[in-house]
Design a protein around this ligand. Structure first.
Ligand code: TPP
Length: 629
């Protein structure tokens, strides 16, 4: 069967296993082709092809609900649920999402993007189903990496207690983005060493009867001692003790076995965990060779697997990683913590240089923060590197376990602002609003990578909790024409003098604001441009001077406007008794779609043209303001 002819999962059901093997090959080729152009989560999707096809043959989506944890491995699911025609638009502006989206298809049962939510959501759906006396099945598909997230344990604890009908498919490929870590991962490794499951009876017979001499007699005796037999012979007893029926480990590339076991899980009552062993990057050598790189990858050359580099400029991530190694040499108490994002946050070099001072805690941001807080309370100087979007789930740990005790932790929030093609689940646009109100926190945003370096080196001197937020990619060298200046707490930097208006442009927005100022100058508007540096504490003295001069003020931030940096300027003005004219440029009260950073900046008027246009129109509307200053 031709892949392009598949309109719905029903089309898969008539296929022979031989035809499914051929279809799997076509699917892999298409995934590689599209991801090589658009970028995306390659390795995870190549590993889960057969398992996804088997799921769609055994379960009846969209009547049955399939929830993909994290959701980055849903490409095959999308291809066979009526979206093969749009698959080439994957992750592009206006195209289909790289994650499940309930608005995109009835086959996407639940939006995901952040890890370890699937079992909670599936249990909720199972309870809703039972309450409404419906008969569909609910399936959570979760990787061994996502299984390390704390919510999974909260959900398993609850599901094992409730006993609702629920299927959890553990897609175990031994990898998170890097090799998976932790005691649970070790436990799964041990299970994986067991012979593949066939059926319960066959499994028993296989192990015990093989014992030379008295195997058959032993089998008879053991069969009567049920409890001990379970411990002796059931892999996954951990899950069984928590109330799940464990089945596995099974080979994720054996269609016959996959379908038999999934059908068994579907028809059984109570929660079932099916443990499937798969291989990340299967079928594509370059990905197999460099798995972390091909987890989430930009455009690449198919034949060689060579990545097409966008910019020669060093990324903020790289500058952070390099600077932290320097700081590690200077302070032997400095430790670095990641939640399963060693490569993404730039900590690989630190991990190599200081293996004893590097901690990968698994996909466990909440634990990462409180673990760091414990280390800080014990006298160490932790640096916690997180993506802004994943920090969201650790806000209480920052408030309650860190800021309250004024513990000296440096939180480095990478991917703050618009991240691009991963879309609404991944934009780092909430951190300012979420953290700005937390007492004791210092929050900084560097204008470029040079300033990021200076801020990192400055942060320990504050002896308290510090957040530094910086964007995906490079900060575009806004520093090149301004002198290197020492960072002073709560002090902003005036980057361009001007008499008509003041533009306060946060972090990476400064680059665009400086260019906008040039465009405005050509239209007769003389704009001062300020690099606020600090979101908290604000440079109140400088801003009050602007308010006193009745300067119209424009704030620019890559973050939500509600409760953001611009709001803090309005609050400050009001508290000081001024009511300046303020134009806030940032992100509106809606989720930001996917697209390149370039496209999204243009969409929201955050590039130089957008800023100058908005400012000019605003000044034209409030005509009298033009002469102010
Ligand atoms: C809360 C959160 N932290 C970090 C991530 C980034 N992330 C995306 S996929 C992934 C690894 C997932 O591993 P696994 O569940 O085993 O899936 P695999 O890619 O191996 O199939 C990580 C850390 C995330 N999506 N959510």
């Amino acid at each position: 069967m031709q892949l392009d002819a598949i309109r719905s999962p029903g089309d898969l059901r008539g296929l022979t296993h031989h035809e499914l093997v051929d279809l799997s090959r076509q699917i892999r080729e298409r995934i590689i082709e599209v991801v090589s152009r658009n970028g995306g989560h390659l390795a995870s999707n190549l590993g889960i092809v057969e398992l996804t096809l088997a799921l769609h043959r055994v379960f009846d989506s969209p009547h049955d609900k399939l929830i993909f944890d994290v959701g980055h491995q849903c490409y095959v699911h999308k291809m066979v649920t009526g979206r093969i025609g749009q698959f080439a638009t994957l992750r592009t502006f206006g195209g289909i999402s790289g994650f499940p989206k309930v608005t995109e298809s009835p086959h996407d049962a639940f939006d995901t993007g952040h890890s370890s939510t699937s079992i909670s959501a599936a249990l909720g759906m199972a309870v809703a189903r039972d309450h409404q006396r419906q008969g569909h099945k609910v399936v959570a598909v979760i990787g061994d990496g996502a299984l390390t997230g704390g919510m999974v344990f909260e959900a398993i604890n609850h599901a094992g207690h409730r006993k609702s009908d629920l299927v959890v498919v553990l897609n175990d490929n031994e990898m998170s983005i890097s090799p998976n870590v932790g005691a649970l991962s070790r436990y799964l490794n041990k299970i994986r060493m067991e012979p593949f499951y066939t059926t319960p009876k066959e499994y028993l017979a296989h192990i015990v009867k093989e014992i030379p001499g008295f195997g058959s007699r032993l089998f008879g005796i053991l069969s009567r001692i049920e409890g001990s037999l379970k411990y002796l012979l059931t892999p996954g007893v951990f899950f069984e003790d928590l109330g799940f029926k464990y089945v596995g480990p099974i080979d994720g590339y054996d269609f016959e076995l996959l379908e038999r076991v999934l059908a068994y899980a579907r028809d059984r009552h109570g929660p079932v965990l099916v443990h499937v062993v798969t291989e990340k990057g299967r079928g594509y050598r370059p990905a197999r060779d460099r798995l972390p790189l091909f987890h989430g990858v930009g455009p690449f050359e198919i034949t060689t697997g060579e990545i097409k580099k966008e910019s020669q400029h060093p990324t903020c991530t790289a500058v952070f990683g390099k600077t932290l190694v320097e700081m590690g040499h200077e302070d032997s108490d400095l430790v670095a913590i990641t939640a399963a994002m060693k490569e993404g946050t730039g900590l690989s070099l630190f991990a190599q240089t200081f293996p004893d001072r590097f901690f990968d805690v698994g996909i466990a941001e909440q634990h990462a923060v409180t673990f760091a807080a414990g280390m800080a309370a014990g006298g160490l100087r932790p640096v916690v590197a997180l993506y802004s979007t994943f920090m969201q789930r650790a806000v209480d740990q920052i408030i309650h376990d860190t800021a309250l005790m004024h513990l000296p932790i440096i939180f480095c929030l990478d991917r703050a602002g618009l991240v691009g093609e991963d879309g609404p689940t991944h934009h780092g646009v909430f951190d300012i609003a979420m953290l700005r109100g937390v007492p004791n926190l210092t929050i900084m945003a560097p204008k470029d990578e040079y300033e990021l370096r200076r801020m990192l080196k400055f942060a320990p001197s504050l002896n308290g909790p510090v957040v530094i937020r910086y964007p995906r990619g490079s900060c575009l060298d806004a520093d090149s024409d301004t002198p290197e200046e020492k960072i002073v707490s709560g002090r902003a930097e005036v980057c361009r003098q001007g008499s008509h208006i003041a533009i306060l442009a946060l972090g990476s927005a400064l680059h665009h604001a400086l260019n906008a100022a040039k465009l405005l100058a050509a239209q007769g508007v003389d704009a001062m441009v300020v690099n606020p540096r600090f979101i908290k504490p604000l440079d109140v003295a400088l801003f009050e001077a602007l308010f006193r001069r009745s300067m119209p003020v424009v704030t620019i931030e890559e973050g939500i406007l509600a409760g953001g940096f611009g709001s803090s300027i309005l609050e400050t003005a009001s508290d000081l008794g001024y009511s300046p004219h303020v134009l806030r440029i940032g992100l509106p009260d809606s989720f930001v779609p996917q697209g390149s950073q370039f496209e999204l900046r243009a969409l929201f008027g955050l590039d130089a043209e957008g800023i100058s246009r908005r400012v000019y129109e605003w000044l034209a509307t409030h005509h009298s303001l033009k002469a102010a200053g």
